[in-house]
Write a protein that binds this ligand. Structure first.
Ligand code: COD
Ligand code: ZN
Length: 374
């Protein structure tokens, strides 16, 4: 029994920005009151992890990256009552404290206790649970999942169904609710509508699934990597555009293709230029543009101010506007009941010790999601 004891295990550490991750032996302290220690079973590699490693977010190094995790509760700290030892759980990049303004508001989900914007890298009490060769290692996004064991606050973990397949459901911790939820829950895509999705990675593909499930009749997919097109078509994209191969700006092409602009546009890349292109691809009167991607921290979004008067909507959305602990377990149940199929998003699975190969596949643009298995 490891409860109450420090666990020594393997974890991937980013010692500095842009440095190669290194798999090290780390010490993981027991959970303090209100915290949960999890034995990881799987973790996706998400675009936001890549932003962290490139230094595009104001994170502190050294840290253990990863946030899209599924695992089993190893032990809990005092006062924890929503999960217990042996429960299958997902980690939550956006926690739900149920006490802050956003949690108490019917429409809010961006909990005050999140650690993305900005990133402190520490637990809620200001300390870390990880160390390596005597040096403290920071957490990322309240989660840190590229490790055999992690410690997270109770508010950033949720129990899921006992029969959930743990080699896949990690995607339901972030990519699926972020993309699918943006379409079905946040935008509420309407039957027969035209959608345009910028970025056909893991998150953009989940957006496409949500548009399709909502009955969109035309889904235009935009990506500079044409390797993404066949899988996107299989998920429901009807027209693929590569902005680098077009003679005109992509928003002009979308305007011509649709005549009136898209009903719904989604940005799932995290770049200012594509946010502007998504905005300008929408119908001027009733178009809705959702920003799903996270731009670099100091970037500014510049739009023609007069154009907003005609009635179109610009909306940011994080984790599909879902209150995470309340809503994410239901997505797992929906998957188990064949109401949503996440299998096409899992294009690769590799053991944790092949992390570098997984990152290479990600950077080569070959994956939708590569799941690391522990
Ligand atoms: N034009 C078109 N496509 C592009 C361009 C471009 N200029 N640049 C890159 N792309 C394509 C890539 O080829 C790739 O296919 C895709 O965009 C990006 O996909 P991935 O697989 O690298 O990344 P995802 O899908 O895992 O994540 C993308 C996000 C932007 C959603 C992610 O990085 C992000 O910002 N996440 C934050 C959103 C969020 O809600 N996080 C939770 C807490 S805030
Ligand atoms: Zn993510």
């Amino acid at each position: 029994d490891t409860a109450g004891k420090t666990i020594t295990c393997r974890a991937a550490i980013a010692w500095a920005e842009k440095s190669r991750l290194s798999i090290e032996e780390v010490q993981v302290e027991p959970p303090k009151p209100g915290e949960v220690r999890i034995r990881m079973l799987s973790s996706g590699i998400c675009g936001s992890d890549d932003h962290v490693l490139k230094g595009e977010l104001s994170v502190k190094f050294p840290l253990i990256p990863g946030h899209e995790g599924a695992g089993i509760v190893e032990s809990v700290g005092d006062g924890v009552c929503s999960v217990k030892q042996g429960d299958k759980v997902l980690t939550l990049i956006i926690p739900q404290c149920r006490e802050c303004d956003a949690c108490l508001h019917s429409q809010g989900n961006f909990c005050d206790k999140q650690d993305v914007l900005p990133c402190s890298g520490v637990m809620l009490d200001g300390t870390c649970r990880f160390s390596c060769r005597g040096q403290k290692i920071y957490h990322s996004f309240r989660t840190s999942t590229f490790t055999e064991y992690t410690v997270v606050p109770e508010i950033a973990v949720v129990k899921i169904d006992d029969d959930a397949p743990m080699d896949k459901v990690c995607l339901i911790s972030c990519g699926v609710p972020t993309g699918y939820g943006a379409a079905v829950n946040s935008a509420k895509v309407t039957p027969g509508s035209t959608c345009v999705v910028f970025g056909l990675g893991g998150v953009g593909s989940a957006v496409v699934m949500g548009c399709k499930a909502s009955g969109a009749s035309r889904i235009i997919g935009v990506d500079i990597n044409e390797q993404k097109f066949p899988r996107a078509r299989a998920l429901g994209v009807t027209d693929c555009l590569n902005p680098n191969k077009l003679k005109k700006p992509v928003q002009e092409v979308v305007m011509e293709m649709t005549g009136v602009g898209a009903d719904f546009a989604f940005e799932a890349i995290g770049k200012v230029e594509t946010m502007v292109a998504a905005w300008n691809s929408c119908n001027n009167s009733y178009g809705v543009c959702l920003i799903v991607g996270l731009a670099p921290v100091d970037a500014q979004l510049c739009l023609e101010a007069a154009k907003i008067l005609s009635g179109k909507t610009l909306k940011g959305v994080c984790l599909g506007d879902y209150k995470t602990r309340d809503c994410i377990p239901q997505i797992v149940t929906d998957y188990l009941q064949d109401k949503i199929n996440i299998d096409p998003l899992v294009t690769h699975q590799l053991p944790f010790n092949q992390l570098h190969k997984a990152l290479e596949l990600y950077h080569a643009g070959k994956t939708i999601r590569c799941v690391l298995l522990f």
